[in-house]
Design a protein around this ligand. Sequence first.
Ligand code: FNR
Length: 368
Amino acid sequence: RMPILEQCYNLMDFEAVAKRVMKKTAWAYYSSGADDEITLRENHSAFHKIWFRPRILVNVEKIDLSTTMLGTKVSIPFYVTATALGKLGNPEGEVVLTRGARKHNVIQMIPTLASCSFDEICDEREGDQVQWLQLYVNKDRAITKRIIEHAEKRGCKGLFITVDAPQLGRREKDMRSKFSDVGSNVQNTGGDNVDRSQGAARAISSFIDPALCWEDIPWFLSVTKMPILLKGVQRVEDVIRAISAGVQGVVLSNHGGRQLDFARSGIEVLAEVMPELRRLGLDNKIEIYIDGGIRRATDIIKALCLGATGVGIGRPFLYAMSAYGLPGVDRAMQLLKDEMEMNMRLIGASSIDQLDPSMIDTRGLSMH
Ligand code: FNR
């Protein structure tokens, strides 16, 4: 029998249910990683190489999980990251995530390749709820300019340019499932022809410009006042270059293991980046986020100890939404909050600013 929602006790439980209830093609698209899925698996297991050095005898009666990301106060330092094709898992699509994010006062990053239209997802917002936009850059810059200007007009508070996908990775599980209903599930691609023989991902991505390069960054800065961030950075040299280029943040990410197999996990890259930025006095010049494999509040805490401003979470909310709709997303977020509060107590930190590198032992990471 299928577990009822109350029997999901952690984020992994939603994945198990989703695997059983989702259509095979949808499951293949959401769960797949590139090639041998080594990076996909590493994303979560990398967190297992970091251990805590808790402080004792700290007053942890009251725990404050709130923090600020790109100027927005949020209730807990994670955001719902951009994942394409929400309607594959739930007929209502990304607006379900908008509602969950609102309830928990967290930010949602809207994907360029959402199933709902961009305006539908904005319209779902209430009050001072905040959304960001994930941008795939079109070969036709006029289209990209229109998307950016429209997002700014609709109140988006951050522009995340995806830089790890000049070509979509080979996700063989997805390719084998011979994806057939792409057209009805995506908008905003700029109306190009869809080749369905290569799986969902490749079918919808042919508009993405592989010529995008550093020289384009000034143009992005000139067309919007939104903060610009690069999503998919993998090395400290590029973080430093991003700072000189004038962007406000980076996401250390490997696209959920869906692009370059053997790209390192976000947490591993973070452990490389932060000490070097501190050494150069650059750590306050830019906001650093990571995503990939975050399933437990302890994963979030480890990233914050290393110096991340916040983390993105993708698949767990897709699975929760696919298995149980909004109540699933709501419960997944609440579980994370409960886990976070307890583990902050146990590590000896009553607020986010008390988390620091001394509270973790990173000697197990491969670089040390
Ligand atoms: C993604 N991701 C992604 N990233 C992006 O920049 N544009 C996109 O359209 C998508 N689409 C997408 C679809 C699906 C089904 C997944 C699972 C992921 C990558 C995403 O933003 C993020 O980097 C990872 O999902 C983070 O890893 P976890 O939390 O899924 O392990």
